[in-house]
Design a protein around this ligand. Sequence first.
Ligand SMILES: [Zn+2]
Length: 227
Amino acid sequence: MFLFDPRYMMLVALPSMLLALWAQFRVKSAMARYSRVASRRGLTGAEAAAEILDTSGVNNVSIEVTNGWLSDHYDPSKHVLRLSPQVYSGRSLASIGIAAHEAGHALQQAANYAPLVVRSSIVPLAAVSNLALPILILGLVLGKLMLVNIGILLFLVIVVLQFVNLPVEYNASRRAREALLRCGIIAAGEEGGVKAVLNAAALTYVAAALGALLQFFYFLGLARRSD
Ligand SMILES: [Zn+2]
């Protein structure tokens, strides 16, 4: 089984884990640093997001508080921006940056930003793609090439989804920084802190995408050998 394959450990599991750990470390250190730096204007994350949406003419989005550290997200189907308590009521550059990033997703939706449209159309497939690994393993064990190919195809959906995430996430951060400056929520000198937090958060998506790609190539190799 591939979990006992030393090549899987060396070429897939270990590099993926190191990438993920490195990204997590970057997020934690950026958060630790900029959670303590208050913005000069002193808005909370929720106030900043509301002002960005307001001044951008997006009036159909509500802002709610949700539990969990870094659980912040935008729900495009319900038009709800959910912010963690620290971000919702926090006045630090980290809180404002994350709230603005989530507002950035709402701006993307309002602008019909193409990668977000693509992501939304693939997301329903993500549930099915959870079957990728079981189907693949079953196919390899039974020696059924058809099943192996279906597994590989489903795995490809996961990889595509992870890579479509990247432009969506980086673009939301860019929109966030532009809006924060345009609204005067942060001054030019405060942009560095916001950028550091958002870039670190984006790294977790890069790590996930590269990890999925490594896994995909490994399984592709397995499938070819079992052919
Ligand atoms: Zn995001």
